[in-house]
Design a binder for this molecule. Structure first.
Ligand SMILES: Nc1ccn([C@@H]2O[C@H](COP(=O)(O)OP(=O)(O)OP(=O)(O)O)[C@@H](O)[C@H]2O)c(=O)n1
Length: 411
């Protein structure tokens, strides 16, 4: 197969391949960007593989950075862009199921491609557009199949994270995992417990953001990967509740985690602990917790203006989506955002009455009563019972709150 046109990102890197080839070496585009180009998807990182050894690469280019020279990777800087260029290599060792102990540089493309995880990731692209397809990756791409290169047992034994990559690609691309590859995941699932949770985190989130997240999750359960996944240990994902979800389509990481916590039925403190165990960033934990709060409120007791006031538009959107994905309203996806936008105040500082006003103008003694009174006023404003105007608020405090307190004290 020959591509009629290369994406712009590859065109920008062509001079590097030309220089390597002119010096007598082979050079190709490899990895995910080749796969994604053939699928017609946008590409992110351009990876180059070459028969030149790292020192030979460095001798050919003026500006290089040793980004991973022990693994054969040198970054070549060209017109302000860095291109990772890696020498063809074989890998061996893998004592910890994740990183090869030994990398050997080789001169043949085939040796480099056959160490790769899946056939769809083992394609190489020549700069003239010709796709080198030594493991039938093109037919698997066309048929929508994730198939290990060579012996699946060996591929997963080398790097256990590849099992999560398989379910992630299956979900992202809406592909099926070929039978032998799936069976090998089942056999090797226990090795996932050896992998650092941070690395699994990224694959899991990307899987959940994929087109076929429900299938990815089912495959994790079916192959027992979920049982050995460090972040999920001790939790049981009930697929029967998720199966009722009309369209499992979280749109970002916050929604992914809020949805997972919702389906696991986690309380707020448990959610924080759960997400910390996954090494999730603190700002994501905070936002996911808010979104979860909203989804639970919808499920159990209804969403109040007070609750919306405590949130941001982003977390309201996320909470709405999580609740809707789980079969709980609102029917109109913009309903809660609209209610939020119509709130008379968005922040405590917007209140037309301050603690100092209460002390100076309403005669309150400094202390907890000031905060409690302000809270009551704020709630009344949020609920639309009072206009946010200083005189009206002060009158309300004097007539309704202080007068009531007086009567209750007198009783
Ligand atoms: N555990 C891994 C990780 C990567 N690779 C190989 O290295 C390439 C680049 O890996 P990476 O950039 O991590 O992933 P991509 O396949 O490029 O996918 P994406 O861009 O979606 O992350 C892969 O295509 C694959 O050939 C592998 O064999 N085994």
């Amino acid at each position: 197969m020959r591509l009629a046109q290369l994406p712009r990102e590859f065109v920008g890197a062509q001079p590097i391949l030309t220089t390597l080839e002119a010096a007598g070496y082979e050079a190709y585009f490899v990895g995910g960007s080749v796969r994604d180009t053939i699928l017609g998807k946008p590409i992110h990182d351009v990876d180059i593989a070459t028969s030149a050894y790292p020192e030979e690469v460095k001798a050919l280019f003026k500006r290089t950075v040793d980004t991973g020279i022990e693994h054969g990777t040198v970054m070549i800087l060209d017109h302000g862009t860095g291109y990772e260029t890696t020498t063809f290599r074989t890998e061996s060792g893998y004592q910890d199921y994740r990183r090869p102990d030994k990398v050997t540089f080789v001169r043949h493309l085939e040796d480099d491609l056959k160490r790769r995880d899946f056939t769809i990731n083992a394609l190489a692209l020549r700069q003239d557009g010709e796709v080198i397809d030594l493991f039938d990756g093109l037919s698997d791409l066309k048929a929508g199949i994730i198939r290990a290169v060579g012996d699946p047992e060996a591929r997963f034994g080398e790097d256990a994270l590849r099992m999560m990559r398989a379910v992630r690609f299956a979900s992202q691309l809406n592909f099926k995992i070929e039978d032998k590859t799936l069976a090998a995941i089942h056999t090797h699932a226990h090795l996932l417990s050896q992998i650092a949770v941070e690395r699994i985190h990224d694959e899991f989130v990307r899987m959940m953001l994929g087109k076929a997240a429900y299938r990815g999750l089912s495959m994790m359960i079916q192959t027992t990967l979920a049982d050995y996944c460090p972040g999920l240990v001790g939790h049981t994902i009930d697929l029967s509740t998720i199966a009722t979800v009309p369209a499992l389509a979280p749109k970002d990481e916050v929604e992914v985690w809020a949805m997972v916590a919702f389906h696991l039925g986690l309380s707020y403190p448990d959610t924080v602990e759960f997400l910390q165990a996954w090494k999730t960033a603190n700002h994501i934990i905070k936002a996911a917790n808010q979104a979860l709060h909203l989804a639970y409120a919808q499920q159990y007791h209804g969403v109040t203006k007070q609750l919306l006031f405590a949130m941001t538009p982003d977390t309201i959107a996320a909470g709405t989506n999580v609740a809707r994905m789980s079969g709980y309203g609102p029917d109109d996806p913009n309903e809660w955002l609209r209610v939020y936008n119509e709130l008379p105040i968005k922040d405590s500082h917007d209140l037309a009455l301050s603690g100092a006003d209460l002390i100076k103008k309403a005669g309150l003694t400094p202390g907890p009563a000031v905060g409690e009174t302000l809270q009551k006023v704020q709630n009344a404003v949020i609920d639309g019972e009072l206009n946010n105007e200083a005189a009206e608020l002060l009158k309300y405090v004097q007539d309704k709150i202080l007068a009531k307190n007086d009567t209750s004290t007198k009783k």
